[in-house]
Design a protein around this ligand. Sequence first.
Ligand code: GLV
Length: 338
Amino acid sequence: MSRKPNVWVTRLIPEGGLELIREACEVEVWTEELPPPREVLLEKVRGRDGLLCLLTDRIDAAVMDAAGPSLKVISNLAVGYDNVDVAAATARGIPVGNTPGVLTETTADMAFALLMAAARRIVEGVDYVRAGRWRTWGPMLLLGYDVHGATLGIVGMGRIGQAVARRAAGFEMRILYFDPYCDPGKIPPGIEATCCTLEELLAEADFVSLHVPLTPETYRLINAERLAQMKPTAVLVNTSRGPVVDTEALYQALASGQIAYAALDVTDPEPLPADHKLLTLPNCLVVPHIASASWATRTRMAQMAAENLMAGLRGERLPHCVNPEVYGSQPGQSEPER
Ligand code: GLV
């Protein structure tokens, strides 16, 4: 290609990624705080050679067709890629990139932070003090649940699930996990974890932490029936994708005391409207999808997304490609995972 490739970046991303792209490309960046509306996305993508997009952008066949035959690569700034119609990209021979690995530890930190905040009622405690209600030390004030020695159920023992298991081992937790592959090789060295059915895990776990990608199989995996299998003292932690949990069923389970607490980094819908009934519950803690949001990790994610983009523009294999079928390889080179 003699001219510089022309790419569109659908939001302002850390400079570490943008500078790599600017060196070699004509780049336009959507600098608004909110994602580009659908009609803008369809318009802006037209004639581009590359697209660097976010999990808030729905990249389906219509977007790929709007871009037209020049589109050589779709680089998603996330490990999850349920926002991209990968089959449609594959059918058009377009490689799709993601950012696995680099956000594993940061996301596991957040899962553990949510778990501990829920167990020890940190947010309620902060609200209590700020509201001027702290009048004395109270023997019954804000009692929560011990994390040390409790049973943790990890749903999905991929990279992030394994990183959560390592943290849990430090708290001397008993670890159960449910994973379609039940592969003992996935258990970090020196850590004891028992593979079991989802039913067993839900019945025994004091804390249930979700680490599965969003797929048709995991859509509303945690529904009314599954919530009913959990202990009334159980805490549910979700740092995967909102639709893995049935929101209405979760609301009912929390409101009726069927489970004790939910701590959510992701929700369905997302963003969760400020007047959503989940937010009226004292036993539900929600943060705005920030599990990978550390300076270092977001910078590295931006660099990885830029590296995927640049490789695609050069006609090289993406370092992290979710559809290696476009190169004639088998799927699975880059493990789908949250
Ligand atoms: C964030 O949710 C990601 O998938 O990277």
